[in-house]
Design a protein around this ligand. Sequence first.
Ligand SMILES: Nc1ncnc2c1ncn2[C@@H]1O[C@H](COP(=O)(O)OP(=O)(O)OP(=O)(O)O)[C@@H](O)[C@H]1O
Length: 220
Amino acid sequence: MQSQEVLLEARGLSRSVGSRQLWQGVDLEVRATERLAVSGPSGVGKSLLLRALAGLDVLEGGEVWLRGKPQAAWPMPQFRAEVMYLLQRPAPASGTVNAHLAEPFGFKIHGGKSYRPEEAARLLQQLGRPSAFLDQDAACLSGGEAQLVALVRALLLSPTVLLLDEATSALDAETAELAETLLQTWLDTGPARALVFVSHDRAQQERFATRIQLLSGVGV
Ligand SMILES: Nc1ncnc2c1ncn2[C@@H]1O[C@H](COP(=O)(O)OP(=O)(O)OP(=O)(O)O)[C@@H](O)[C@H]1O
């Protein structure tokens, strides 16, 4: 593992909310192919840490690097396309699943990429969904289905580091394991990639993480 390239690195991160210091002195390193679990009690600030890593929350203290280049030196849309954050409760707008998956390919930041519906169907099939699923209304999906679609949408965009914030929490056990297999294949093929995830499912952490980092509230 140590020979793998460091993709994402954070040093000395700190965060407070009002007068409450959530954590400080947080160091983190994610290497290619890693599946790093960030663990800690409810309210300790795991979501805020992932959001800070993704450039979606302020960096009060410390610094984050992607491939050795400081977060602040990246154009932020590009950084967020490379370090992609998936939240627990995605809420897609109305329109077909296919249209929802195709949508970001129309954004300037993903201009070099093209949407391939057959690839979307292939990924969905690996998650146990038939190709007709692409025609469903995205706004009417169940919580678990919306999580599957968010995951497929992210994988199609091929970020360097995927940050999953309880992003499989609404899936049944069997589908959650299909998602893990899909993610593992994604990590092990193609360019250098890595995964950071938060899960309250201890069994998932233990079977899926290559490493677990505890966020204790007083530095990790
Ligand atoms: N934008 C915000 N403004 C003020 N307080 C916030 C904000 N976001 C989060 N908090 C607070 O910061 C603390 C950490 O929140 P966070 O969601 O990161 O915790 P967590 O470890 O992910 O929790 P859980 O495991 O319950 O999801 C919580 O007390 C929360 O209420």
